[in-house]
Design a protein around this ligand. Sequence first.
Ligand code: NAI
Length: 302
Amino acid sequence: MSEIQFDGKTAVVTGAGGGLGKAYALLLASRGAKVVVNDLGGTFDGKGVDSTPAQKVVDQIKTTGGEAVANYENVSEWAGAQKIIQTAIDNYGQVDILINNAGILRDKSLLKMEIADYLKVIEVHLNGTFFCTKAAFAHMREQNYGRIVSTASAAGVYGNFGQTNYGAAKMGIVGLMNCVCQEGARYGILANTIVPTAGTRLTATVMPPDVIDKIKPEYVAPMVAYLSSELCQVSGKIFSAGGGYYSRAAIIEGPGVFFDPEAKITPEMIAEQFEQISSVEGGREFGSAMEQTGHILSKMSV
Ligand code: NAI
């Protein structure tokens, strides 16, 4: 097959000063994309600011003949998100690709979690993804083209001890992208979500150093690059990637049971049928909320 290239395309990668975002920015730039390298800098738990990481990635891209510009705004502020997207417009006239990747961690078990740490994590991940997506969407709609890749986590999709703030934000991003997928469809805007696994400063808090060295961000980058490309035609999907593993995760609804809605339905009837209600064997995905509602109504013969 012909090589996937990004000539003539502009990509915004948030949190691209290190870790996964850096790997995405380098790969896209090496294949012809003009890249806005956004990064606020600061610590893994979202303290302080530093323009060095984003600038270093831009310097690296330029050294190898690529084109990039740095931006140091905070994704979790609406004004900041608008400036990130405006940087793409001012420098390159368009924004074709948005990779929502910026992130922090503030892990604590539920009872120990400070409200401020809950809110901060929601602000950076969920609000940051909403703000950047909203700002980019306006331009993508004008262009009738866009690729948006946002970042969830296994902590949200499957759960993880001590990450109620992070898990809520990450699964919120899945819900956000499911809806952006619906709204973008008629404008050629595709929105997908990645569930990465990679050794970075975030995972260095929970993984041993030899594992961190092995599962490089560079393994996730090809999946994100594909989802960012013109070749990609899927939308509203969740993909796992890491350590050479690539897969799709999905929300599946089982065939369930249908009781006669005209009859009295009791909690005991639920208890009796609970095994069948719980089974996802022979289940299916729904492309939208309307499709799921339509399924229920069709069974009711409404
Ligand atoms: P990282 O800490 O190396 O990269 C995150 C970058 O985001 C940092 O450079 C940081 O300065 C930047 N950032 C933080 N807050 C920002 C803000 N408000 N505005 C702009 N930039 C900001 O961590 P990593 O692992 O590369 O994380 C990238 C994304 O992948 C995050 O969303 C993370 O939650 C997600 N993720 C990573 C996993 C992994 O295995 N590394 C697993 C699951 C999800």
